[in-house]
Design a protein around this ligand. Structure first.
Ligand code: SAH
Length: 399
């Protein structure tokens, strides 16, 4: 028995969906039932009427449907969402790769079969973000599932993300959604390093959990070196490097508020001098490179520089210039830790950026580690868009 309104695809539009991709683009839709409204659950059928999958609709958006299941008899209800949340949380709780990790991503959207939902856990304080109309329509089920499965100290909503605009949604008011009111700063440890997050005013859910493994990587080469941390945010890399024995640190970021929290975190760690500079990173790097400054460690962690597909070529040029300046600032025998968080920048693109930048800076570069986001940022191989972080630790020698 089928009680969901239908949305019919154009001929041959189901190819990627059958392989497991969760998105139906608006251009693939031939017709839809009048009840297939924004946020409602629909059955996607091919041009011959064969069932392809069931998901949430958003007729006005570029992504017209986000598939939730391919089982025709699967009802989408509170129990379904609870099972998905349980699966996502269990995967993390049982993973030896995440053993003892106090702050981690519990739900990673499409990659966990929960399109439009991001959930991060900071030492028991759980922050969630709803990105899509479909997930917003299921918000009560999501809250119930998180309370039951995670048993958080408090649940805090940060559905104030720019991507909601593409879904025709305004930001939801941010604030506590259940449980206790979280403290102004939530303290947690990453390995042995004490950190803190401001989930009310911080960017995204407050902290960039996806760089966890890279912070450890940086710490492994930090002893006795000076650090320049560009796009530092609250200085997660800085705290790890200082804890591991870096002799000085300089954080550069546009956000004075993030730098202030960074000073507080790094100040508590002791060690050599720490400075921070609220500045535009590209011109600041130009300036430092022109002045002939050198550091034992340079970290580059820019925001995504690719907005649309056609920006890619331009963005590649910007990444290359950024990394060339990064290389110029590394002293002989030092390291550059560089990242791209653009989904559109492939492994090969990223390699080319590093290659061109090293050659432009006239340094001998040796990639000693290639990394991606950590185990809590799972990747569904049918959804390559969920694989976004590319990083490299590069040893720099001169002459
Ligand atoms: N490395 C950080 C996360 C960086 S997120 C960590 O490990 O926690 C990207 C950061 O870049 C944000 O803090 C943002 O404020 C900053 N940013 C964005 N554009 C910038 C620019 N043009 N110049 C300097 N900082 C910028």
């Amino acid at each position: 028995m089928n009680s969901y309104p239908e949305l019919r695809l154009r001929p041959n539009a189901e190819r990627l969906l059958i392989k497991g991709h969760p998105w139906v683009f608006s251009g693939a839709v031939a017709a839809r039932h009048a009840d297939a409204r924004r946020g409602s659950i629909v059955d996607v059928v091919n041009d011959r009427g064969r069932f392809i999958g069931r998901g949430t609709a958003n007729p006005g958006a570029e992504i017209a449907v986000r598939i939730l299941t391919r089982q025709p008899d699967q009802v989408i209800d509170a129990g379904f969402i609870r099972t998905r949340v349980e699966r996502a949380v269990e995967l993390r709780r049982r993973s030896p790769l995440l053993h003892g990790v106090e702050a981690l991503r519990l739900v990673h959207g499409e990659s966990d079969g929960l399109p439009g939902l991001v959930v991060d856990d900071y030492a028991g304080w759980v922050v969630f973000q709803i990105h899509t109309a479909g997930m917003e329509a299921m918000r009560d089920w999501v809250l119930a599932a998180l309370l039951e499965v995670v048993s958080p100290r408090g649940l805090y909503e940060r559905s104030d993300v720019g991507t909601r605009r593409a879904e025709g949604l305004r930001n939801r008011p941010t604030g506590p959604a259940a449980g206790d009111e979280p403290p102004g700063l939530i303290e947690f440890h990453e390995g042995e390093v004490p950190l803190a997050v401001d989930i009310r005013r911080g960017q995204k859910t407050g902290f960039f959990l996806d760089q966890r493994d890279n912070r450890r990587l940086l710490a492994s080469v930090a002893r006795g070196r000076s650090l320049l941390n560009v796009f530092a945010y609250t200085g997660g890399f800085t705290a790890h490097a200082r804890h591991a024995g870096a002799v000085s640190s300089l954080d550069v970021d546009l956000s004075p508020q993030a730098l202030r929290l960074g000073r507080r975190i790094s100040g508590g760690l002791g060690g050599g001098p720490h400075r921070s500079l609220a500045a535009e990173a590209f011109s600041c790097l130009d300036h430092l490179a022109e002045a002939g400054r050198r550091y034992g460690l340079v970290v580059l962690d820019p925001p995504s520089l690719v907005r649309k597909g056609r920006d890619l070529k331009h963005a590649m040029g910007v990444y290359t210039k950024l990394n060339r300046n990064g290389f110029r600032l590394v002293e002989d025998g030092g390291y550059l830790l560089t990242s791209s968080c653009s989904t559109r920048v492939t492994e090969e693109d990223f390699f080319q950026i590093v290659r061109r930048a090293a050659s432009g800076a006239r340094v001998d570069a040796r990639i000693v580690a290639r990394t991606h986001h950590p185990a809590d940022h799972v990747v569904d191989p049918a959804f390559p868009e969920g694989r976004y972080l590319s990083s490299a630790l590069v040893r720099v020698d001169r002459g």
